[in-house]
Design a protein around this ligand. Structure first.
Ligand code: FRU
Length: 477
């Protein structure tokens, strides 16, 4: 099926044959760039993580999925769950775009775990006969067997205040009240955070926009995420149309920004904070969500990709993956991200790092001890490589010399200010992805890298350990 002009993006899963699906699944699974310990689509395109939650003794991860090819088409919610982030259960599709109100996509949303049910709040996307897009906020319930029943639209369009760009609801529950925040574009063409209130299930009432002190910050705010902890309100969102003159900030097509402040005051619709920071400095990170698990950990996963780039793997009918799960903590005005401790269970062989070594496999973790300047090259026998380096004041991720450049129109180098001199940097590589945790998790780079037959690791002015990582196990029985 041809997706070069996105022409088949509205074809339904039920309209294609099993042999087509088997064929594209085979192509995807045999792609040497397909990851082994990240959640990736069996075929087709994955984007935002959705409904992240801890429910019924397990972590539940859903994601946006277009099954038929590497484009943004009719979106489904795909569902996997796990107890240990090593063994995953594959539940398949949780929600199909099959209702009159979500016929062109079950878009991004969140989950609220109740005792017996998982409540799902998501955006229903509909395109009418005139080709106009309508986005409403819908509700569905999943039981402990993983069966989802859709319950209809909770929040209709609000064209008096917002354009059709009105999506990605999040829900806050406070006793018998619910607040819903929705990412939106105001009728003035600027990004907004719409707030709704529901008292004792009487229905959602529009409160207005939350004033976050950024009047003119892009044309659309996608994927808001908000939580409170230790009397703080933490807000993460994905603004579209923001840029900066600094080489350190907002260099991605679309970036992710966070702030730490006081809890949102819903009476005055204001959120005061200490200023914004970018959550990730790499090329491929977007639409993250967080949730609280049974141990009280705040866990984050993001989409390891971005929507304006074409990838060399598109020809194999799959696109993107989720990031590894990360634990989020607060340090002053910063968020720190650390790989979830469960991932250490994937470690197989561990070897000391040497300046030059041959890689046993392209799925590994580095614990890199650095002080002052250093450099690491992830390369092949043709001298093609991705380079990560540090000077005394900054880090630099350079993918200009990889085997297959992609999205180079958005730049091939990313920088971040360095906060600590002596430190252990953790780097996770999985065939075609790299996630770098520096400055104790304050400075993170997430990126794809396409180095064909990656076989060489070169390290200057650093030492440490390489851990080769086992694949995660995905089963459906
Ligand atoms: C972000 C996003 C969301 C939307 C979803 C559709 O990547 O555009 O705003 O709900 O993806 O797949």
């Amino acid at each position: 099926m041809d997706f070069s002009n996105r022409q088949n993006r509205l074809v339904r899963l039920s309209e294609v044959s099993q042999s087509y699906l088997d064929k594209i699944k085979n192509l995807a699974q045999s792609d040497p760039y397909y990851p082994s310990y990240h959640i990736a689509p069996l075929h087709g395109l994955l984007n935002d993580p959705n409904g992240l939650s801890f429910f019924n003794g397990e972590h539940h991860l859903f994601y946006q999925w277009f099954p038929l090819g590497p484009v943004h088409g009719l979106k489904h919610w795909y569902h996997v769950s796990t107890q240990d982030f090593v063994h995953f259960y594959d539940h398949g599709v949780a929600m199909w775009p099959d209702q009159e109100y979500d016929l062109q996509g079950c878009y991004t949303g969140v989950a609220l775990a109740k005792q017996e049910e998982l409540h799902l709040y998501y955006t229903a996307n509909r395109i009418d006969q005139m080709g106009e897009i309508h986005q409403t906020q819908a509700f569905a319930v999943m039981n402990k067997q993983g069966e989802v029943s859709k319950k209809g639209v909770l929040v209709e369009e609000n064209r008096e205040h917002y354009t059709h760009e009105f999506r990605d609801p999040i829900i806050l529950e406070q006793n018998d009240q619910h607040y819903m925040l929705v990412g939106a574009q105001g009728v003035d063409g600027k990004g907004k955070l719409a707030a709704y209130h529901n008292f004792r299930n009487d229905g959602f009432v529009h409160l207005g926009n939350i004033d976050i002190g950024l009047e003119d910050f892009g044309y659309m705010w996608e994927c808001p995420n908000y939580f409170e902890q230790d009397d703080l309100g933490i807000f993460i969102f994905s603004p579209q149309g923001v840029a900066s003159d600094s080489k350190y900030d907002l260099n991605n097509v679309f970036s992710v920004v966070y702030m730490i402040g006081n809890p949102i005051d819903f009476n005055s619709c204001t959120y005061t904070h200490t200023g914004w920071h970018e959550l990730d400095k790499g090329f491929d990170f977007y639409a993250p969500q967080t949730y609280l698990d049974e141990q009280g950990r705040r866990i984050l996963l993001g989409w390891l990709g971005n929507s304006k780039s074409e990838y060399p793997t598109d020809k194999n009918y799959w696109a993107h993956m989720l990031t590894i799960p990360r634990q989020l903590t607060v340090e002053g005005e910063y968020l720190l991200q650390q790989p979830l401790t469960e991932l250490t269970a994937l470690r197989q062989t561990s070897l000391p790092l040497t300046p030059k070594q041959r890689l046993i496999s392209p799925a590994f973790e580095l614990e890199l001890e650095v002080k002052g300047e250093f450099c690491v090259l992830f390369g092949n026998d043709l001298q093609e490589c991705l380079q990560f380096s540090g000077s005394s004041s900054e880090f630099c991720l350079d993918r200009s010399n990889v085997s297959q450049l992609h999205a180079e129109q958005f730049g091939t180098v990313r920088y971040a200010k360095r906060a600590q001199d002596e430190q252990v940097i953790r780097i996770f590589v999985d065939h075609s992805s790299i996630e770098i945790f520096a400055d104790n998790g304050r400075t993170v780079f997430t990126s794809r890298l396409f180095v064909q037959d990656m076989s060489q690791l070169r390290i200057a002015n650093a030492s440490g350990v390489i851990h080769y990582l086992a694949p995660i196990q995905l089963s459906s029985s």
